[in-house]
Write a protein that binds this ligand. Structure first.
Ligand code: FAD
Length: 451
């Protein structure tokens, strides 16, 4: 690109164009996983949908690799790139709520905290993830599990419309009435179809005060905890969300533990009865379960931000936590002072499973939980042995999974990505050919239009 071409792009924008060396360039290019260190040639920080359109037109016209960043939480760093153009949506953060219509309009670069804060001010809620600095864009377009998903469905089940800039540079609205094919595809197709500049969400009445917290036991109780969880999670009412985790912190930062993280959002009078079975586990070493403000609960895991660490994860959906899986986890989970090691089940089911698998592009409706094995390590040390450990442990666990969360895509072979869309793949492929025939939006769980 010559100087004149770059200047023309800068002049077409109301927002900023950042080049290497400019103030803010490093913050914009970086993602949560500090192990990803990529350098886009150009970063556009749009002031609105028109800037996004100019950036998309520019990337298409000059055949540039295009990355779209919202919260930057993609484990594999799909929201940044080397040498291409990054659209950094952090300049598009805004939430507006209409309490009478029970609707929220959230700009496409917003973080979950904005959605929770603005909607809960009216005792209204919609599903968001469990860490409040996650981006609304990536989380919603690929799924959106969270503390109220079993009541109200995935984040994407609550989207009633999007404004999206497609690969041809057009700004389209997609809803049940307008561009319904695109509306179907964006809800589960990840960022494959364009840049969403605005989401419209349905909201649900919910009281601010919930019952939430964590119970932790020494890691040598892991077998009991997992066994208990396999039954408790399977029969839980929709109002109860319960994750299960094994965690071993890096060098001396605490003892390895197995436990449950839960949030009950149903009527307060029923909380004791719903949580009574937890007593079967005996006295925990840590117990923080009690009445809590929902917005604070949504921020309670925010310190799981590893911005100075390398990070690696493998994940897959499980329909049940069978004894062989429990054995595989307990035998394979290895604390190591050089890394944080975590095995995590994120609770699914409830309302998520009552949506037909072809109602949106998100196919994995029948699972009980998303099982994740995650590690992170200080960047100053060699992550190689830790990644090798995780891969080998995952080999034992993977056979218990059925598909994986597209938001956790890494560098899987194309056939693995295609088959993960299950029965929705052919329809997604037809949509991709129609809306993005040159595969401009390919840094995601990519549907290749030439497949
Ligand atoms: P980014 O890295 O900014 O983007 C991820 C992908 O989405 C990229 O391909 C990007 O191009 C695309 N994208 C982002 N915004 C847009 C947009 N506006 N238009 C078009 N494409 C866009 N998931 C859950 O479901 N529930 C959880 O509770 C949860 N907790 C998490 C906690 C942590 C600490 C982390 C790191 C991840 C968690 N996730 C969770 C996974 C999360 O859904 C994905 O990492 C998701 O991709 C994050 O979205 P983002 O916008 O922050 O990411």
């Amino acid at each position: 690109l010559d100087r004149k071409t770059v200047t023309e792009l800068a002049e077409s924008l109301r927002g900023a164009l950042l080049l290497p060396g400019n103030d803010g360039y490093d913050t914009a290019r970086r993602v949560l996983n500090a192990g990803i260190d990529k350098h886009p040639a150009l970063i556009v920080q749009p002031s609105g949908a028109t800037d996004v359109r100019h950036a998309v037109d520019f990337a298409r016209a000059h055949r540039l690799l295009l990355a779209v960043k919202c919260g930057g939480h993609s484990y594999a760093g799909k929201s940044t790139c080397d040498g291409g153009l990054q659209i950094d949506l952090s300049t598009l953060r805004h939430a507006r709520v209409d309490p009478n219509a029970k609707k929220a309009w959230i700009a496409g670069g917003s973080l979950l905290a904005e959605l929770d804060r603005e909607s809960m001010a009216f005792e209204l809620v919609t599903t968001a993830g469990t860490v409040s600095h996650t981006g609304i864009g990536g989380l919603t377009l690929g799924g959106g599990f969270g503390r109220v998903a079993r009541r109200f469905g995935l984040a994407l089940d609550n989207v009633s419309a999007v404004d999206i800039v497609t690969a041809d540079g057009q700004l389209r609205r997609a809803s049940a009435d307008e561009n319904p094919d695109l509306f179907w595809g964006v809800r589960g197709g990840g960022g494959n179809f364009g840049v969403v500049t605005n989401f419209e969400f349905d909201l649900h009445p919910m009281q601010r005060q919930v019952v939430a917290g964590e119970l932790f036991f020494p890691l040598d109780r892991a077998r009991d905890v997992l066994g208990f969880y396999s039954e408790f999670a399977a029969v839980a009412p929709d109002e109860l969300y319960c994750d299960c985790l094994l965690m071993a912190p890096a060098g001396g930062a605490g003892s390895p533990m197995a436990g449950l993280s839960l949030c009950y959002t149903g009527p307060a009078a029923r909380a004791d009865a719903v949580l009574a079975p937890l007593a079967k586990l005996g006295k925990p070493m840590v117990d923080t379960v009690g009445p809590a403000d929902y917005v604070r609960v949504q921020q309670s895991w925010d310190d799981s931000d590893p911005r100075n660490s390398g990070e690696y994860l493998k994940s897959g959906f499980v329909d049940a936590i069978v004894q062989d899986l429990v054995d595989g986890i307990v035998d394979g989970f290895e604390p190591d002072p050089g890394r944080n090691t975590m095995l995590y089940f994120q609770h699914s089911g409830g309302a998520i499973g009552r949506v037909p698998a072809d109602a949106t592009a998100f196919a994995h409706r029948g699972s009980l939980a998303n099982m994740m094995l995650m590690i992170n390590w200080p960047l100053s040390t060699d992550g190689g042995p830790h990644v090798a450990y995780l891969r080998s442990c995952w080999q034992t666990l993977e056979r218990f999974t059925d598909g994986w969360y597209t938001n956790e895509v890494s560098n899987e072979p194309q056939r693995v990505i295609n088959s993960n869309y299950q029965g929705n793949f052919d329809r997604l492929l037809a949509l991709k050919k129609r809306y993005d025939p040159e595969n401009l939006f390919r840094l995601n769980a990519n549907i290749r239009p030439t497949a």
